[in-house]
Design a protein around this ligand. Structure first.
Ligand code: IPE
Ligand code: IPE
Ligand code: MG
Length: 244
């Protein structure tokens, strides 16, 4: 580059001075519509969604995001046809088989939030094994929400807190300590793809002061650039937490 070239003002948030969120959560929505636009079965959309998961988790690591939480299966998703539920479970198995080694070697700590123990026993064992194999890592956290619903999480947290500190002892910290996310950093940025603007029972407590970002992109089209753009947008937000 010649000395007279324009100064390198990078749009890359890693290279510019913007604040990178510590904890990003994503409601990965729009797989079905992506498939429909292409006259493909919904399963093709979910498969393309897994590719997006791979791209986005890699980019999150590159950007230095400490924790990424992905909504993969909600407690309401059981309402879908049995075939689709089975397809989603099948893709989860495939993802663990194909991607666990990369997570282990990239020092990622895999976590699960949600009541995944309702899944079939062999899948539960597979998930437990995957989590255990990354437990000694100390790098970024990848939390997958499986059979997750905020209301159930909060009810369970309240039950455990009551046992631990008694009903009168339950305060915000006591609830917080029992949430599935208790050892994740505070949620900074919550993204939903596909143009829907609702939380669908995801991280309701944790989102109290998160920045919300709703994007039109369908999840299978969400890529490294889209995550980088979201992080840049986050860096431009002014968080006031009720103050001035
Ligand atoms: C998100 O895509 C994936 C899951 C909920 C598992 P959808 O399957 O909800 O896609 P749309 O909303 O029908 O397009
Ligand atoms: C939310 O998406 C759940 C996940 C992304 C896993 P849905 O597509 O299930 O949400 P609704 O039904 O449109 O609210
Ligand atoms: Mg949807």
């Amino acid at each position: 580059m010649s000395p007279s070239a324009a100064p390198a003002v990078s749009l890359d948030p890693v290279l510019s001075s913007g604040t990178v969120p510590r904890h990003v959560a994503i409601i990965m929505d729009g797989n079905g519509r992506w498939a429909k636009q292409r006259m493909l079965p919904r399963l093709a959309g979910h498969k393309a969604g897994v590719d997006a998961v791979r791209r986005v988790t890699r980019e999150a690591r590159r950007l230095g995001i400490a924790a990424l939480t992905l909504y993969a299966f909600s407690s309401e998703n059981w309402r879908r046809p049995e075939q689709e539920v089975g397809d989603l479970m099948g893709l989860l198995r495939i993802f663990i088989r194909s991607d666990l080694q990369e997570l282990v070697s990239e020092n990622v700590r895999l976590r699960v939030i949600g009541d995944y123990r309702r899944f079939t026993p062999d899948l539960v064992a597979m998930i437990d094994d995957a989590v255990a194999r990354t437990a000694a890592n100390n790098g970024p956290i990848l939390a997958i929400a499986l059979n997750y619903g905020s209301h159930a999480e909060l009810a369970a947290a309240a039950r455990r807190a009551a046992l631990r500190v008694g009903a009168d002892g339950i305060d915000e910290a006591a609830i917080e300590a029992e949430l599935d996310t208790h050892d994740l950093p505070p949620l900074d940025l919550l993204i939903r793809t596909s143009g829907e603007q609702r939380l669908s029972n995801f991280l309701l407590w944790q989102a109290a002061y998160a920045e919300l970002l709703f994007v039109e992109t369908l999840w299978p089209d969400f890529d490294a650039e889209a995550l980088a753009a979201a992080v840049t947008a986050f860096g431009l937000r002014q968080r006031r937490y009720g103050g001035l």
